[in-house]
Design a protein around this ligand. Structure first.
Ligand SMILES: [Zn+2]
Length: 368
């Protein structure tokens, strides 16, 4: 039986050896180029392996007990390959590396299924809830800074949104906000503006951006009512509800954007801005923000019942005009929760003096 050239890997080193193979009665004999026999593989121990392109054959020898070596032999000669096939089983076997690779694929598939199941059973909101605390404040502030101009455009058109800047009112607002920041132990500074717009609305963006619409400021019948709404929105900031909504709307893309500092992917932001503008948080989030607001006012000044009074005070909401009221529906449960929280504590002081309240209500006499 003539010998043919072959390529041999001993399975212990990565060295590629040029060799010759020939068929012997006891097995496949392998010779080095110097004519020395390297090894003989008994036919029953020979298996075919994958990974050889062309008409030839790649084979291995089933390992000896206690050995992990996976020798490999590539034979390009088709005639020789078919003669070998007549003697050896040549069923396909998978090498250790291939088996390892297969398990890796299986592992990833299992991980993918588990995370999909997680998504199905826990849901995106819960995942967003778990991710939000991991986002650094600096990234949250940058996110808010990206959303702020979009909000201003949405309400103000091409001219942008008009902010109320009457100095006495601005000073009162800054003083109240400063008190809330200190008492609330916020993770970032608040940026509260009164917007010259007749809509009865207020909302919070990630990063501490809070917008109070003049319509709401004028509708409030006392400083405590206004302070209650501001305290509630501060709660949304403190509890990072806006950030959670954005993560939910933007999903993984947002998360990656945060990690890599790229907020260019605008659609998620626009979508999230819209839902935040409508103050569309879950009932749980609203309850948490109410609870935070009660605590905050008890610490920072103001009668927390002002918040309950504000949303209980308007009856059936007019969907066009009373945006905040319709997104924060008055219900007995909500009011009772505030009442209960207040009952256990005593308020320290009024939110604002009558003079301060008057000054704040005139904040939109000057705008820019
Ligand atoms: Zn709210």
């Amino acid at each position: 039986m003539p010998s043919v050239p072959a390529t041999y890997y001993d399975g212990l080193t990565s060295t590629r050896q040029t060799a010759e193979v020939s068929l012997h009665p006891e097995g496949l004999a392998l010779f080095g180029l110097d004519g020395r026999m390297i090894t003989t593989w008994p036919y029953p121990k020979i298996r075919r392996i994958e990974g050889f392109s062309g008409t030839g054959l790649a084979i291995t020898r089933l390992p000896e007990p206690g050995s992990t070596a996976e020798p490999r032999l590539e034979i390009a000669d088709p005639a020789f390959a078919s003669q070998l096939a007549a003697r050896a089983p040549l069923t396909l076997t998978h090498g250790l590396a291939a088996r390892r690779e297969r398990w890796t694929v299986v592992g990833w598939a299992i991980a993918a299924v588990v995370s999909l199941l997680g998504l199905a059973f826990i849901g995106l909101p819960a995942i967003a809830g778990r991710l939000a605390p991991l986002v650094p404040s600096s990234a949250e502030v940058r996110l808010g800074a990206t959303m702020d101009p979009q909000i201003r455009q949405m309400f103000g058109g091409s001219r942008g949104l008009k902010t109320c800047t009457n100095p006495e009112g601005v000073a009162v607002l800054a003083e109240l906000v400063g008190r809330f920041e200190r008492a609330g132990g916020l993770h970032l500074p608040l940026k509260v503006v009164v917007v010259d717009h007749r809509l009865v609305n207020a909302f919070a963006l990630p990063g501490g951006y809070i917008y109070i619409f003049n319509g709401l400021l004028q509708k409030a019948r006392s400083a405590d009512e206004l302070a209650g709404v501001l305290a509630h929105e501060t709660g949304h900031v403190k509890l990072r509800h806006g950030l959670r909504s954005v993560i939910q709307a933007g999903g993984l893309g947002f998360l990656l954007g945060t990690v890599f500092g790229d907020f260019a992917g605008g659609t998620a932001i626009v979508y999230a801005s819209r839902s935040l503008m409508q103050s569309a948080f879950s009932r749980d989030a609203e309850r948490e923000a109410d609870h935070f607001a009660v605590d905050l006012m008890l610490k920072a000044g103001g009668d927390p019942m002002g918040l309950a009074r504000f949303f209980m005070g308007f009856g059936v909401p007019d969907p066009g005009g009373l945006a905040w009221i319709s997104s924060h529906p008055a219900n007995a449960e909500r009011e009772q929760a505030i009442r209960d929280a207040v009952a256990q504590r005593t308020a320290v002081a009024a939110a604002l003096t009558p003079q301060q309240w008057t000054a704040l209500r005139s904040i939109c006499q000057k705008t820019e």
